[in-house]
Design a protein around this ligand. Structure first.
Ligand SMILES: [Zn+2]
Ligand SMILES: [Zn+2]
Ligand SMILES: [Zn+2]
Length: 154
């Protein structure tokens, strides 16, 4: 059997910025009318790993970074579908009977198979639920679009 390369990453770096407030962070954008989703680590277009699952459970990954992420919580509402999310990534997980701490990095060609074998124990909100004050519908004016991130402890 092929030996899968899988590793856990504790420190993550990125070059992504929020389009509205320009702060650096792990932001996911849905530009051009939400036709695609960007990777929170490099800003490139990301693909869905588990197409067969329902929309709410879909996990994304980009070819370059290969770190699976979830859409996470709302950072900014720009109107229409032009929204920004704070990325959520697995932070503790089990693969092949072993427990890992940190984000998993998969092999892109094998990512669907590898992802199916991962049991996530904990997720992390990489921007700690940060909300945007400079977008078209900021939380102080449009609180209905925002809610506290479930992963952020108070
Ligand atoms: Zn990427
Ligand atoms: Zn969050
Ligand atoms: Zn922002």
């Amino acid at each position: 059997m092929k030996n899968l390369k899988i590793r856990d990453i504790i420190t993550l770096l990125n070059n992504c910025r929020c389009w509205s407030c320009h702060t650096y962070g792990f932001f996911i954008e849905t530009p051009d009318g939400g036709e695609y989703t960007t990777c929170p680590f490099c800003g490139d277009e990301a693909d869905v790993i588990n197409e067969e699952d329902k929309y709410d459970d879909q996990i994304l990954i980009c070819k370059k970074c290969c770190i699976p992420f979830d859409f996470g919580c709302v950072h900014a509402i720009g109107g229409c579908t032009d929204n920004t999310s704070n990325a959520h990534v697995p932070s503790k997980w089990i693969y092949d009977g072993q427990t890992y701490v940190g984000a998993p990095q998969l092999e892109f060609e094998e990512c669907a198979t590898q992802w199916a074998k991962i049991t996530v124990l904990e997720w992390a909100c990489l921007n700690s639920g940060k909300q945007c004050m400079d977008c078209a519908y900021p939380p102080y004016r449009s609180p209905e679009y925002y809610r506290k991130c479930d992963l952020v402890k108070k």
